[in-house]
Design a protein around this ligand. Structure first.
Ligand SMILES: O=C(O)[C@H](O)[C@H](O)COP(=O)(O)O
Length: 368
């Protein structure tokens, strides 16, 4: 079986069985050529698959996206060509939960706000929203769970109503990006929602879920005090004005961690191997952090532990250096920043380096 894969997919050489012939492509130089010579294609969000980019299936029978989101793929179109599609649902849930928690506490620290005194509205309560909710519960932070389509699907889930959501101090977005239908999420957060006041808005879902123009206007009017964006309406290009106004501006790395990337590759490789009728037994992830490179939990406050082990400030500074570049250069550097910045370990892996849990500040035990 011939597999063509994005060269940045994590640990593929360890995860793909030997009887699958692997060739990689470089997504930085454009859409991969001759993909229909291969039996399977493994992509990330930067490779858009639709009528414009793929005209025929050729040998291609399976496309796997090693990502949670799939708005970069026209799944119906692939299926109409007889191509099966799979993705790595849930792979980055914990990484995104940790990103939002880090952003929340970093904001609280710099703005002198006690997060435990504020109410967080979680929009979208699937994998990433669910992970955030888990942490909010453990930390005793009040929250509102808003997800009307989930409430329609699942008897045991009750969504907050919109008024309850809009009364929160903070909103965090965790929906997929969808353009059509009654529950379309494109610009779900626009002027109507932003006529209410919020201390902080965080979007780590997809650009376009939050209407950036409305967000800027709400900030100008003082209705939104701050916003943190990891995703952008015209990614990989972003608006200089929006980035300038953001409290934290990061290059779509919320879901990045070594553990999430491993899971992303493992899930999609498993689906591919099983699609071709074979059994799959993956190796164990064996990379461990070097203790010397970690911020010592015993010496740090909870806030400091979070942002020193998840360097969102560093990503923010790197992204701001791209402000003012031409769109072409910006897109290239944005992709470069995402692909080539060393990826972090998740907090549990960091904490597990410390066998003596007495030295851990109490709150850090939420990651155990
Ligand atoms: O959908 C996802 O899995 C996330 O947005 C993820 O961070 C995408 O990153 P990529 O691997 O496409 O760079």
């Amino acid at each position: 079986m011939k597999v063509f894969a994005d060269k940045y997919l994590y640990a593929l050489d360890q995860l793909i069985p030997e009887d699958f012939e692997l060739e990689t492509y470089n997504p930085d130089i454009g859409f991969p050529k001759d993909i229909n010579r291969f039996d399977a294609l493994l992509i990330r969000t930067v490779t858009k698959l639709n009528k414009e980019t793929l005209s025929e299936a050729g040998n291609l029978k399976f496309v796997g996206s090693a990502t949670a989101g799939f708005d970069h793929v026209d799944v119906d179109y692939l299926n109409s060509l007889g191509i099966d599609f799979a993705r790595s649902e849930g792979c980055n849930a914990n990484a995104v939960g940790e990103y939002v928690l880090t952003a929340l506490y970093r904001w609280g620290q710099l703005r002198n706000e006690k997060i435990e005194d504020l109410k967080v509205g979680v929009v979208g309560c699937g994998n990433t929203g669910g992970s955030l909710i888990g942490y909010l519960q453990k930390l005793g932070i009040e929250y509102v769970a808003y997800d009307p389509p989930k409430a329609d699907r699942e008897k045991n889930f009750k969504s907050a109503d919109l008024n309850e959501l809009l009364a929160c101090d903070i909103l965090s977005f965790h929906t997929p990006l969808t353009q059509n239908g009654t529950n379309a999420t494109y610009h779900i957060c626009s002027k109507h929602w932003l006529d209410h006041s919020f201390k902080l808005i965080i979007n780590a879902s997809r650009g376009g879920v939050v209407d950036e123009k409305a967000l800027l206007e709400a900030k100008r009017l003082g209705l939104v005090r701050d916003f943190v964006l990891d995703v952008w309406e015209n990614e990989p290009v972003f608006s200089d004005e929006v980035a300038n106004q953001a409290f934290l501006a990061t290059p779509h790395i919320a879901g990045y961690s070594k553990e999430a990337k491993w899971k992303a590759s493992e899930i999609v490789v498993r689906k591919m191997v099983e699609f071709f009728g074979e059994e799959y037994s993956p190796p164990r992830q064996n990379e461990q952090p070097e203790r010397s490179g970690l911020a010592e939990p015993g010496d740090l406050s909870f806030e400091d532990f979070l942002w020193k082990n998840h360097k969102i400030d560093f990503y923010d500074q790197k992204l701001r250096k791209l402000i003012g570049l031409s769109d072409g250069k910006k897109a290239q550097k944005f992709a470069d920043l995402r692909s080539n910045t060393p990826t972090r370990f998740e907090f549990k892996t960091v904490i597990d380096q410390y066998s003596n849990s007495d030295i851990l500040p109490e709150e850090l035990k939420v990651f155990r």
